[in-house]
Design a protein around this ligand. Structure first.
Ligand code: UGA
Length: 346
C-alpha cells in the first residue's frame, strides 16, 4: 500500500509514519515544511519525503494523489490560541487547502482518511459524544474560537456528501486530546500557544506560573498517542472494508480529568522527575479569566467524553494507557528533548 501523508512531520503524522515503516511493508510519501521529527525514517527506502507547502507545491500533490492508494491530509492549525488570533488563517489552511485535496480524491477515486476532531461536538450537553447521533453545538459568530470546529464540520459534511453521491471512499477519525512526545514545542509554549499538556509542562520547566483558565473545572479525556496510532493503523488496514464511509471517535473515556487535576498531576510528576526532585522552587498554579488568557473571541468546552463503542466494534480497539502513564511519558519526553537525559539524583 502507498500512503500519501500531507503534514507528515506533525504530531500525528510523524508518529504514524514511524509505526508504518516499523511494522508494515507499506510505503509513505510525505510532505511537510520541516523534517525535524522524522529522523527515524528519513533514510528508509520506503519513506519518500519532500520539503514543501500544500499551498504552493500543488503539482507534486496532485501527482501523488494519483500515484497513492490512501490519502491522509493532516495539515491544519489545531491550537485554540490561533483560532482566536488568526481565524482567517485557520479557514484558509484548515478548510480551503484541504478542500482541494478532497476534490482530488474524488477526481482520482482515492480513499481518503481524514482527521475530523473532537471539537466538532462543541458544547454538546451529551455525557458521551456519539459519532452518528450527537448534535454538534457551537457558539455565536463573535466567538471566533468556533471557526476551527466549523471548518472541520463543513469538511466532514462535504466528504460525507461526496461519499454518498460520487462514491468517494472515506474514513473520518476524531482524535480526543491526544498527548505524547513532540505534541507541541517549547517555542510554541513560550508564546503561550501550546495545547494544555505541553503548555503546563513547559511552564513547570521554565518555573513560570501555570494558568488555570476560569479555575480549571473544564474536563478533557487525554488519549495517549500510541493508543491513537493503534486505532489509525486498523483504519488504514480497513479489514473487510470495516471502516468504509464511517466516522470514528478515537479517545480514552477513562482518562477524563479536569484541567485543575491535570495541573496538579503534572506538577507532582515534574517534582518527582530525577532532573528536578532537588529543585528549590516550583511553578505556582494561578487562576486566570478566559478573557485575559485568550481574548474575547474565546469560549470554552466544559465536558468532552467520547463514546468508543463504534471503535471497539469496527476496529476491535480499546485504549490501554492510563492518565498518569500518558502524562508521565509526555513529560519525560519533553524534558529529555529540552534538557537532555535525566541527571542522576543526588
Ligand atoms: C483542542 C484543540 O482544538 C485541538 O488540538 C483538537 O482538535 C482538540 O481539542 C483535541 O485535541 O481533541 P482544547 O482541548 O480546548 O482543544 O485545547 P487545549 O489548548 O489543550 O485546552 C484544553 C483546556 O485547557 C481548555 O479548557 C483551556 O481553556 C485550558 N487551558 C489551556 C488552561 O486552563 N490553561 C492553559 O494554559 C491552556
Amino acid at each position: 500500500m502507498k500512503i500519501l501523508i500531507l503534514g507528515v512531520n506533525g504530531f500525528i503524522g510523524h508518529h504514524l509514519t514511524n509505526r508504518i515503516i516499523k511494522t508494515t511493508d507499506w510505503s509513505v510519501f510525505g510532505m511537510d515544511l520541516a523534517f525535524d521529527k522524522l529522523e527515524k525514517v528519513l533514510d528508509n527506502p520506503r519513506f519518500h519525503f519532500i520539503e514543501g507547502d500544500i499551498s504552493i507545491n500543488k503539482e507534486w500533490i496532485e501527482y501523488h494523489v494519483k500515484k497513492c492508494d490512501v490519502i491522509m491530509p493532516l495539515v491544519a492549525i489545531a491550537t485554540p490560541k490561533h483560532y482566536v488570533k488568526d481565524p482567517i488563517g485557520v479557514f484558509n489552511l484548515d478548510f480551503e487547502m484541504n478542500l482541494n485535496i478532497v476534490k482530488q480524491c474524488v477526481k482520482y477515486h482515492k480513499r481518503i482518511v481524514f482527521p475530523s476532531t473532537s471539537e466538532v461536538y462543541g458544547a454538546s450537553p451529551d455525557s458521551e459524544f456519539n459519532e452518528d447521533e450527537t448534535f454538534l453545538v457551537v457558539g455565536p459568530i463573535q466567538k471566533e474560537r468556533w471557526i476551527y470546529s466549523c471548518c472541520k464540520q463543513m469538511l466532514d459534511r462535504v466528504i460525507y456528501a461526496y461519499g454518498i453521491r460520487d462514491n468517494l471512499e472515506f474514513t473520518l477519525f476524531r482524535p480526543f486530546n491526544w498527548v505524547g512526545p513532540r505534541l507541541d514545542s517549547l517555542d510554541t509554549a513560550k508564546e503561550g500557544s501550546s495545547r494544555v499538556v505541553t503548555q503546563f509542562i513547559a511552564e513547570l520547566m521554565m518555573k513560570l506560573p501555570i494558568s488555570l483558565v476560569d479555575g480549571g473545572k473544564q474536563k478533557r479525556c487525554f488519549t495517549y498517542v500510541e493508543d491513537g496510532i493503534d486505532a489509525l493503523m486498523k483504519i488504514l488496514e480497513n479489514r473487510n472494508d470495516c471502516c468504509k464511509n464511517q466516522i470514528i471517535n478515537i479517545g480514552n473515556p477513562w482518562n477524563d480529568c479536569s484541567i485543575k487535576e491535570l495541573a496538579l498531576m503534572l506538577k507532582k510528576i515534574f517534582m518527582e522527575h530525577p532532573n528536578h526532585k532537588n529543585d528549590k522552587d516550583f511553578s505556582e498554579i494561578a487562576e486566570v479569566s478566559a478573557g485575559s488568557y485568550y481574548g474575547k473571541g474565546y469560549q470554552d468546552i466544559y465536558t468532552r467524553k467520547p463514546s468508543i463503542e463504534k471503535a471497539k466494534r469496527l476496529l476491535d480497539w480499546t485504549p490501554v494507557t492510563g492518565l498518569e502513564e500518558s502524562l508521565k511519558k509526555t513529560l519525560y519526553a519533553f524534558l529529555e528533548e529540552n534538557e537532555g537525559t535525566a541527571k542522576p539524583s543526588k
